[in-house]
Design a protein around this ligand. Structure first.
Ligand SMILES: Nc1ncnc2c1ncn2[C@@H]1O[C@H](COP(=O)(O)OP(=O)(O)OP(=O)(O)O)[C@@H](O)[C@H]1O
Ligand SMILES: [Mg+2]
Length: 255
């Protein structure tokens, strides 16, 4: 770990290699309140269940600790070495600064518009970004800052990268939770009406947007527990994070 170059981000990480290629290994932190490796992997599976593109991942147990391995989606093993994709973060796309004050200024809509401008498949990627924004609201992933989104290009054509760093939080408040980025007319409020308020910029009409939100909320409410248990999340950890999923304020009407 001391020798590895950092991939950035807050969690201790290292890039490791096996026969299949390169993986980002995410380790536990002393202040973790739950088994982050298993929960983050469960969130990837839940995201896939909601139609979101995710990288391959697996858990390795080292000593008594679980480590999450996420396959690097910007490198591909070839017979002679590695093929590299170019990658640009949402932060760069928005020409933003990463300070806490500036984080909150940035809207998903601005990211959607930049994405539509640069992506080879603008409609597909704009819908996918809308899904990810809704997913973050539905699992209380309030650390969804612009560095947790990226675009990649293997050749000339840019597209949204697979989703990563999907981590639930469980704040006490049940009425209102805020995403890290502005997600609608009512600011950062992680709420269905707010998420739908600017759907046209994601190239989605109100009906399609409503359908997506409803379908994802249903899948998450009905599926999170079984998926978490199947991924080895303990009963105790499930009880701790339970409140992250489809919190009551998500469905509140208006402000
Ligand atoms: N599967 C992947 N392939 C390639 N690059 C990745 C992958 N997953 C993450 N990254 C890159 O590594 C960085 C750190 O990863 P990640 O966001 O998962 O870590 P973190 O420590 O939890 O971050 P944060 O500080 O946002 O909590 C990301 O911002 C992204 O640029
Ligand atoms: Mg991150």
């Amino acid at each position: 770990m001391l020798l590895g170059t950092s991939m950035g981000g807050a969690r201790p990480k290292a890039v490791v290699e096996d026969d299949e290629g390169l993986w980002l290994a995410k380790f536990a932190r002393a202040d973790d309140r739950w088994n982050n490796a298993r929960i983050e992997r469960a969130m990837l599976t839940l995201a896939r269940h909601c139609g979101i593109a995710i990288p391959e991942s697996r858990i390795e147990t080292v000593g008594a600790r679980d480590v999450l391995l996420v396959k690097r989606f910007d490198r591909e093993k070839t017979s002679t070495g590695y093929r590299r994709a170019r990658m640009v973060s949402g932060l760069t796309l928005l020409c933003a600064e990463d300070t806490y004050q500036s984080r909150e200024k940035w809207p998903y809509v601005a990211l959607a518009e930049e994405l539509r401008r640069v992506s080879f498949t603008p409609k597909k990627d704009a819908t996918e970004l809308f899904r990810r924004m809704c997913f973050n609201a539905l699992i209380t992933n309030i650390d969804d800052h612009s560095r947790n989104h990226a675009i990649i290009a293997w050749d000339r054509d840019w597209k949204l990268s697979p989703a990563y760093d999907l981590t639930p939080a469980n704040p006490i408040g049940l009425e209102r939770r805020d995403l890290a980025m502005i997600c609608g007319d009512a600011g950062r409020f992680a709420n269905a009406a707010n998420l739908k308020s600017q759907s046209v910029h994601f190239l989605l009409g109100p009906e399609d947007a409503g359908q997506i939100v409803k379908e994802m909320a249903d899948r998450i409410a009905a599926g999170w527990y079984a998926i978490a248990r199947a991924e080895g999340v303990s009963e105790a950890d499930c009880a701790t994070i339970k409140g992250a999923f489809v919190y009551p304020g998500f469905w509140h009407a208006g402000e």
